[in-house]
Design a protein around this ligand. Sequence first.
Ligand SMILES: [Zn+2]
Length: 181
Amino acid sequence: MFEKIWTSPVWSKVISAGIIGIIGFISAIIYSLITDMNPIDSFKYIWNFKTKIGYAFIALIFMFIIQLLLQKVFSKKEKKLNKTEQKAKHFCEQWYKINDDQTNVVYRFNTYISSYTKQPIIANLTAFCKNHNGQEFKMNWIGGCLDRSCANNNKISRESVVKDLIESQLVVEWEKINGKY
Ligand SMILES: [Zn+2]
C-alpha cells in the first residue's frame, strides 16, 4: 500500500512536501532551543527568513495541489481492463493473419471488436504470396502477385470478398470464446 503511494508520482511529491514541512518545523524548534527565542518566535523567524522559505513552501504546496488536480483532470489513466476487455484484447492480438493453403496466400490484418456490434471487424487487410522460397511477396488487390512467373500473378480474390470471409470466420471464433456458438 505504502509502496504504491510512494511510487505514484503525485503522492510521492505530496509526501516529500510533508517531510520538508516537518523538517522545517523541527528546525524551528531546534533554532528556538539554540537561541533564546521561544518556538513561535523562532518559527516566525524562519518563516520570514531572507528567502521567505515560508512563502516558498506554501507556493510549493500550492504547486503540488494544482499539479495533483491537473493530473486528476487530464491524465488518461491506464485504467485496468476488465475481463471482457481483456478477452477482446487477447482475441485481437491472436487474430492477425489467416493462411489460404489452396492459393498459398497469407492474409494479414488488424482485428478490432466493434464497440457498436460487439463483433470482430478487420482493417488494414493485405495479402502476401508465399510461393517464393519462404519469402512473402506483398500482393496487389488488382494484379495479385507481382512476380510474372508466379502462379498467383494476376490472380487474387476481391478485397471485399476476402474481408467478408475473414470477418465471418472471426465472428464464429469470437462467439466460441463467448460460449454462444
Ligand atoms: Zn507470388
